[in-house]
Design a protein around this ligand. Structure first.
Ligand code: AMO
Length: 446
């Protein structure tokens, strides 16, 4: 006999089958016992009669114990039916095998109201909560949507290295690594490698962990996060990248809508609102004018938007354009990395952009400098104390030997997941979060 998954039990009414799964709850009524058993597809109420030879042992089982049950699927009496999967059936246990016993749990998995620290202290256990399972299934769908869309557009996936000789961004704080006898660091971004890959495949993407050593304590920052990046050649300017990104975002959301219905319901999450027209796109200066006009906050001329300004601009985009997304372009040259392309028509500003989603920046990107001489010049301007060939010679080879005009972007998977699902903190969307106080366990006594 083959294992029957919970989602298929309804088709087995009156039949003998075997199921395997974990105990969600045990309800002991003295002379009979109910066990809610769940597997990856759903759950079912199982019924152990008092006469069963394993009755006494079953009474002692803790939630999360792992069982295989043989028995029959029968209709539940009308008055005991519930909504949802298997609400109209129950499983009458004939044989019960304990595959693994769970110790008594430190808290009720689904019912306990746990603070973030406790959730992370017990991560191997709390990831099994229905909410957390739903979050990370949705996250997997987001990554799948990213992959599928870009693959369909002719992009090739590659694996970017995580140990690098310098700092890919030339600005972010790095975690140093002892690499045999020399100093190396953990990559803060696949930036240089994805650009190199444009010279190879024209269109390339990667999904991988990156490491940022800033000592942030915010709801948006992690010290290790998953960066979803793409880079594309033969562009006219940054708007080719924003268009591609818009397609990616819409497809990721469509994938979640299509395949994550159950998870969205578990989390009570509402899908984003997108306009039929393209996402709104404004220059930074225009965004600042809007914020001044709409919210009375004069930030015109500042080099960047503050978190509060990002929130306000998104509020405006939803109200005026029916869009949870808005692109902001043309950040000043001084605020963007040296690989960013300057806009000759708008001196002092770059062909760069951020994508804001539900109040938070989820993406940075832009057109890149693709000519060797211009690139060396920009590195020297931004980083006057380094020798570009010495520090970036490996990367610069790509430009010495011909690179098409290109651009790309990086999107933080945890931030995006948190915003899709309405989670207050990006750490809740980090499966094993690393922040300044934690690598799995807390680093300091509190
Ligand atoms: P940037 O540094 O802006 O750009 O990062 C791009 C996106 O990555 C996410 N992100 C983070 N998420 C969690 N914790 C952090 N500490 C963190 N830092 C960044 C955000 C952000 O929008 N190389 C460029 C991208 C490019 O131009 O292609 C870069 O890394 O969602």
């Amino acid at each position: 006999m083959e294992r029957c998954l919970m989602e298929n039990l309804g088709e087995q009414k009156g039949q003998g089958v075997f199921i395997s799964g974990k105990i969600a709850a045990v309800r002991d009524h003295g002379k009979l016992l109910f066990i809610d058993l769940y597997d990856r597809t759903g759950s079912v109420q199982c019924f152990v009669p008092g006469s069963h030879s394993m009755f006494a042992e079953a009474q002692k089982l803790s939630p999360e114990s792992v069982l295989t049950l043989t028995g029959k699927v029968q209709e539940r009496p009308e008055k005991n039916r519930t909504e949802g999967l298997n609400g109209d059936v129950e499983f009458v246990v004939e044989e019960l095998t304990v595959l693994a016993k769970a110790q008594e749990l430190p808290f009720d998995l689904d019912m306990a109201d746990l603070n973030l620290d406790t959730r992370f202290d017990y991560r191997p256990l709390t990831l099994r909560r229905s909410d957390d399972r739903a979050v990370f299934r949705v996250q997997a769908l987001i990554a799948q949507g990213f992959r599928d869309y870009l693959t369909s557009q002719g992009f090739v996936e590659f694996q970017a290295p995580k140990i690098v000789g310098g700092d890919a961004e030339g600005g972010a704080e790095v975690f140093p690594v002892d690499y045999f006898d020399v100093k190396a660091s953990l990559a803060t971004s696949p930036q240089l490698y994805k650009q190199i890959m444009v010279g190879v495949f024209e269109r390339a993407f990667c999904i991988g962990n990156v490491f940022r050593a800033e000592k942030h304590s915010t709801s948006r920052h992690l010290n290790e996060y998953t960066s979803m990046d793409f880079e594309m050649g033969y562009i006219t300017d940054h708007t080719d990248v924003t268009s591609m990104l818009e397609g990616v975002v819409r497809h990721m959301v469509a994938t979640v809508a299509e395949k994550g219905e159950r998870e969205l319901a578990v989390l009570g999450a509402a899908l984003p609102t997108f306009p039929e027209k393209p996402f709104p796109i404004v220059k930074l200066v225009e965004a600042q004018e809007i914020i001044k006009k709409e919210f009375g906050d004069d930030c015109v001329g500042e080099p960047d938007l503050s978190p509060e300004h990002e929130r306000q601009l998104c509020e405006y985009a939803l109200k005026e354009h029916g869009s949870d997304c808005i692109f902001v372009t043309h950040y000043p040259t001084e605020k963007r990395p040296w690989y960013t392309y300057d806009d000759a028509d708008d001196p002092g500003y770059t062909k760069s952009f951020d994508l804001l989603f539900r109040g938070v920046e989820i993406t940075s990107g832009g057109q890149r400098v693709h000519e060797y001489d211009a690139l060396v010049r920009k590195i020297k301007e931004k980083l006057p104390n380094i020798d570009p060939e010495k520090e970036f010679g490996f990367y610069l080879q790509a430009f010495q030997y011909g690179m098409p005009p290109h651009g790309g972007m990086g999107l933080g998977l945890e931030r995006f997941t948190a915003k899709i699902l309405g989670l207050a903190n990006a750490k809740e969307a980090a499966i094993f979060p690393r922040d300044r106080n934690r690598i799995d366990i807390r680093l300091y006594e509190q």
